[in-house]
Design a binder for this molecule. Structure first.
Ligand SMILES: Cc1cc2nc3c(=O)[nH]c(=O)nc-3n(C[C@H](O)[C@H](O)[C@H](O)COP(=O)(O)O)c2cc1C
Length: 219
């Protein structure tokens, strides 16, 4: 049982106050934003693919830890064309630093799952369709984030409304489901929980925060 207002798989598993996960944001989700989200009671996610070298990513993890003692996670990039760093090296850092929340999208995480699970990591895959969500359950993911209509910055969604695909996913799967896509406030959180999600995964809204390094003029 978690102590706060929210008692979901996310708050119970990671000991955070709110079932709010900050989405992976290339070039934006660095230590400042990630630690601010975790300090505020959600889960910040460092985006590993923007670092060219293992040491650069490791330094960002260390910096995040210096700014928060709360749990935060790491996004693994499984899109082959945009990957800059070897994911094996990212995982070495994750395991060495005791990070317990890893999420990914863009390809199958199967080659990495056993190693991450052996290190005590919970793995959440971001999927654009129910078909992929079922496949992720079969291969052993601990949860899925289902991208719904209106989500920013991610290819492959089938543009199905959250009110349709989230209840359908919750009904079809045994593993927990997070809702992502066009959520920007507490009403979106409550609506997602009402649809059966264990939490939300929110990206674009965090671009409009003072901790996000995005230039005021935009991307
Ligand atoms: C500027 C930007 C950069 C993003 N970069 C990544 C990324 O590097 N990896 C990834 O898996 N998803 C990325 N995403 C997708 C988000 O993690 C998330 O799926 C999406 O923001 C959820 O929908 P929302 O923006 O409507 O909240 C990005 C989204 C945005 C807006």
């Amino acid at each position: 049982m978690s102590e706060g207002l929210f008692d979901t798989w996310i708050t119970r598993t990671f000991g955070c106050k709110y079932p709010i996960v900050q989405g992976a944001l290339a070039y934006q989700a660095r230590a400042e934003l990630v630690s601010a989200v975790s300090n505020a009671g959600g889960i910040g996610i460092l985006t590993s693919a923007i670092y060219d070298k293992k040491e650069d990513f490791h330094n960002e993890v260390r910096k995040t830890k210096s700014l928060t003692d709360k749990p935060f996670g790491v996004n693994l990039n499984l899109f082959p064309s945009t990957r800059t760093m070897n994911n094996d090296e990212v995982i070495e850092v994750i395991l060495e630093e005791g990070i317990r929340f890893v999420e990914a999208s863009g390809g199958s995480p199967k080659p990495f799952l056993d190693r991450l699970h052996a290190g005590g990591v919970k793995f959440i895959q971001k999927v654009p369709t129910l078909k992929f969500a079922k496949r992720m359950e079969e291969i052993g993911c601990d949860a899925v984030t289902v991208l719904t209509y209106g989500g920013g910055g991610h290819p492959g969604t089938e543009e199905i409304a959250a009110s349709v695909i989230i209840p359908a996913s919750v009904k079809s799967l045994k593993i927990p489901v997070l809702c992502a896509g066009a959520i920007a406030d507490g009403r979106g959180l409550v609506a997602s929980l009402a649809l059966g999600a264990c939490g939300i995964y929110m990206g674009t809204r965090f671009l409009a925060t003072k901790e996000c390094p995005m230039h005021d003029a935009g991307w």
